[in-house]
Each structure stands twice: as C-alpha cells, then as structure tokens.
Design a protein around this ligand. Structure first.
Ligand SMILES: [Zn+2]
Length: 95
C-alpha cells in the first residue's frame, strides 16, 4: 500500500464545508394504558403518541418546526383517535 503525496502545492486550498440539513419526524409515546375501543367495542391497550417535526443538521434534531400532533392508537385494531377518546371511553374496569 502506497501513499502518494498530493501534487498540488501553494495557495488555493479551499475549505469545504458540508451542511447536511433536513427535516425529520419524531414520534414519542406520552402514555399508554387501557381504554374501551369504540371500533371493537372491547377493552384494549392504547398508546398516546405525539409527533413533532424537527429541523436537523448533521442528522441531529435541533429546532422543532411547526406544531405537534397527538393521537391515541388502539393496539388491538390500530385505529387512531383524538386524545379525548381516553376520557370519553375509559376502560370499564381497572386492573
Ligand atoms: Zn381497537
């Protein structure tokens, strides 16, 4: 294996800076528990999820962009509801 010295000499060495910027969505679970799924008419587990969009630089989320979105997803059938569904349809019994 040989290492060749670079042929170019003198000034003109530029500085190359790469900016890798973009947007990413992050979904995080705020809570989970049991509720009465209106679709299945049965007690199911739910996840209360929140999605936020972030401006990223070098794949690191730096600044939240825009609003956030929250929803409740039934783990049984996958149907999504507004967050109020937990209060409207609480689980009929608690373990
Ligand atoms: Zn369901």
């Amino acid at each position: 294996m040989t290492v060749r010295p670079r042929g170019r000499r003198g000034g003109g060495e530029g500085v190359t800076v790469f900016f890798i910027a973009g947007l990413t969505s992050r979904i995080k679970a705020l809570a989970s528990g049991q509720f009465f799924c209106p679709t299945e008419q049965a007690t199911r587990r739910y996840q209360h999820l929140q999605e936020r969009r972030w401006f990223t630089l070098f794949f690191i989320p730096l600044i939240p962009v825009g609003g956030q979105r929250e929803w409740v997803q039934c783990e049984g059938c996958g149907t999504t509801y507004g967050p109020g569904v937990i209060q409207q349809h609480p689980a009929p019994y608690q373990q």
